[in-house]
Design a protein around this ligand. Structure first.
Ligand SMILES: [Zn+2]
Ligand SMILES: [Zn+2]
Length: 147
């Protein structure tokens, strides 16, 4: 059973499941479905969007289960929350390394952008003693569909 489960589980799914385990959440079929639906999702979905996608196949799925699972993944460092929209909605990002985002002002789509190799920093004086450890940019504009 354990071996069969491992053979069809990608490394990303496995590391997310390990994160849930560290957060003391049992690996239920519902949580497994949430993790599988989320780890390779590059659209930065809201918890509601993941819930809507899953409840057709799993009618007993509750929104609280989706939200709590994503929240546990975030606390375990296995996903990040982006609040880049004017409505302050939380978007979940399975990618945790530093990267940039492009946000469409018309449809709200969020996509990953590979960061420029050498990000230009403000002058020392403008940083006012602040030590920069990571640079992440948000580009606002129109996506290819909305142009
Ligand atoms: Zn758009
Ligand atoms: Zn991202």
């Amino acid at each position: 059973m354990e071996a069969r489960e491992a053979s069809k589980t990608s490394p990303r799914v496995r590391s997310a499941l390990d994160a849930l385990e560290r957060a003391h959440l049992r690996k239920t079929p519902q949580r497994l479905a949430i993790v599988r639906a989320f780890v390779d999702d590059t659209t930065h979905p809201t918890a509601q969007q993941i819930f809507d996608r899953l409840r057709r196949a799993m009618p007993t799925m509750s929104f609280a289960t989706v939200y709590n699972t994503l929240d546990a993944l975030e606390r375990a460092g296995s996903c990040r929350v982006l609040r880049v929209h004017d409505d302050g909605s939380a978007r979940f990002d399975p990618r945790v390394d530093a990267h940039d985002h492009a946000i469409c002002e018309t449809c709200g789509a969020v996509r990953d952008i590979e960061p420029a190799k050498r990000a230009r920093l403000p002058d020392e004086g403008d940083l006012d003693g602040f030590e920069v450890r990571a640079v992440e940019r948000v580009y606002r504009g129109l996506c290819a569909n909305c142009r």
